[in-house]
Design a protein around this ligand. Structure first.
Ligand code: 4AD
Ligand code: MG
Length: 497
């Protein structure tokens, strides 16, 4: 006869904390074969079927553990409180499971409700919710399989980034979040100020007097840690920064966030070719790490992506499954072509001739849009592509001028389904040329005097790049919208939570 279930509540029985103290993680139980062993697990109820079978999840694995309740001997008021979303602690004996995909299940001997979840009000039900709906409850969406999977993979990718660079002898540098300079020169910055917005102090000319502001000058949230990490590069040789970056660009797309995380390595003595090699090796390392360490989670996302594909029109369906796409990137060399070659391909492409591109390519010098990048990757080459040597006028001031005088040693890595995933360059290490470019673009020298000084004192050839972490997460998880690979997305008109 199964043991009689007792119900205890933290407030009523003070010793339950002791009784339930030692907890086994569900991930450890899934491989457990020690039938007869007594365990305590804690987690959130996913489903409770037939007043008998609890599927419990604690986030340590995608899979739930099944626990069996003896409902005949259990108080009905307790059974009612075992609802989807409730947090419970239970103790019981492991028995061999007859269910598929699990070796053991738990026969419940003691159960404690740690937190009720009002079944009428709890918004997550055991069915598929739309991603749009889940974004509105971003504080709860991590309790779904899709999002707990994404959060776990996100962690694995963060770890893999540090592992890759540590193994290569790079040093991790924390660069500031608040800065006085605009690294990308695109003027897309969020201002940081403590001035009274209604009545700010004014200069004699009637402008806001930022000398009175907290830092005694204008400051903003950083768009990139590159300029500051270059200072460390000029002493430690190989460094990287991995931090949040902020861009006030008003792009409501599936690949743009106003707050995103960027990994920016910076390497002394690397030229643009060395940098392309490193970028390719790095991306492959991350993909390989995910395949090696996130097996169950990726399989789940692979099935999920396959389901989504079924709802798409035939011509939009991807030829490869998620897992195939990941392996494909590992197994193939990235194509490397110059911007000039790319323009030739695009100019003669079908969508350009048939005026299918939103932005038609007619002349050298045009900035590439994501439709062009994706054409090159998905239609023309069907491989990741690295474009290099861009016109200097469409790239940032710090990029190294090439001998032709009209291009710079820039490189972008373009990925299927994503477009630009990495942007980087060799840096202009020659003082005179950098100063000239800063003047041409009318960038105030007072913001960059220290950056220029790096070229005065022991300058060195050096290069670096930035990987948008959420774009990488989109590629690895197959999620179509960047808002679904970061816990709390920041986009125009949206800073809830
Ligand atoms: O090409 P970007 O602007 O390059 C830089 O910021 C350089 N300072 C990097 C460097 O050389 N150290 O941005 C780099 C990458 C892009 O390729 C893209 O993946 C990502 O950052 N990115 C964004 N990701 C999400 N939302 C946005 N609004 C993004 N803007 C750029
Ligand atoms: Mg870029």
């Amino acid at each position: 006869m199964p043991p009689v279930l007792q119900f205890t509540h933290r407030n009523q029985v003070p010793d339950t904390a002791v009784k339930h103290g030692k907890r086994t993680k569900i991930c450890d139980l899934l491989n457990e074969t020690a039938v007869g062993k007594k365990v305590t697990v804690k987690g959130w109820v996913r489903t409770f079927r037939n007043n008998q079978f609890i599927a419990l999840n604690d986030g340590s694995a995608l899979q739930n553990i099944q626990a069996v309740v003896d409902f005949e001997n259990t108080d009905e008021s307790l059974l009612k409180r075992i609802t989807t979303g409730a947090c419970i602690s239970l103790t019981g004996e492991l028995i061999e499971s007859k269910g598929k995909g699990q070796k053991v299940e738990i026969v419940v001997e003691d159960l404690e409700i740690l937190g009720d979840a009002d079944a009428e009000k709890y918004p997550l039900q055991p069915k598929r919710h739309s991603l749009e709906f889940l974004r509105e409850i971003a504080h709860l969406r991590v309790r779904t399989n899709t999002f707990s999977t994404i959060y776990r993979i996100r962690h694995a990718m963060i770890f893999a980034v540090h592992k890759f660079f540590t193994e290569k002898g790079f040093y991790n540098i924390h660069t500031p979040v608040i800065t006085g300079s605009d690294a990308e020169g695109a003027g897309e910055m969020f201002r940081v100020t403590t001035l009274d917005p209604i009545n700010p102090p004014k200069t004699e000319e009637g402008e806001v007097d930022y000398r009175e502001d907290f830092f005694g000058k204008e400051t903003n949230l950083t768009v990139s840690g590159q300029l500051e990490v270059e200072t460390a590069c000029m002493a430690l040789s190989e460094v990287y920064t991995f931090g949040p970056t902020f861009r006030a660009e008003n792009s409501n797309t599936s690949r743009h966030l106003a707050e995103f995380w960027m990994i920016e390595p910076e390497m002394a003595f690397y030229d643009i070719n060395d940098t392309m090699d490193l970028a390719e090796e790095f991306l492959k390392y991350l993909v390989n790490y995910a395949l090696d360490h996130c097996h169950a989670d990726l399989q789940f996302l692979d099935r999920r992506a396959a389901d989504e594909e079924k709802n798409k029109p035939q011509h939009e369906r991807s030829e490869l499954s998620l897992l195939e796409r990941l392996r494909f990137v590992l197994e193939n060399d990235f194509v490397r072509i110059t911007y000039t070659e790319a323009i030739d391909i695009l100019r003669n492409s079908k969508p350009n001739k048939k005026k299918k591109f939103q932005y038609l390519i007619d002349a050298w010098g045009a900035d590439l849009q994501s439709e062009h990048e994706r054409y090159l990757v998905e239609k023309h080459f069907k491989k990741p592509v690295i474009l290099y040597n861009y016109p200097k006028d469409i790239k940032a001031f710090y990029m190294r001028r090439n001998e032709d005088d009209r291009t710079v040693a820039a490189m972008d890595v373009l990925f299927p389904g994503i477009g630009e995933i990495i942007g980087g360059s060799q840096r202009e290490e020659r003082y005179d040329l950098l100063k000239q470019r800063i003047d041409e673009l009318r960038i105030p020298e007072k913001d960059l005097w220290w950056y220029l000084e790096l070229r005065k004192f022991g300058t060195a050839p050096h290069s670096g790049f930035g990987l948008g972490f959420e774009r990488m997460m989109q590629f690895v998880t197959g999620m179509g919208n960047i808002r679904d690979v970061i816990p709390f997305p920041r986009t125009p008109d949206n800073a809830e939570f």
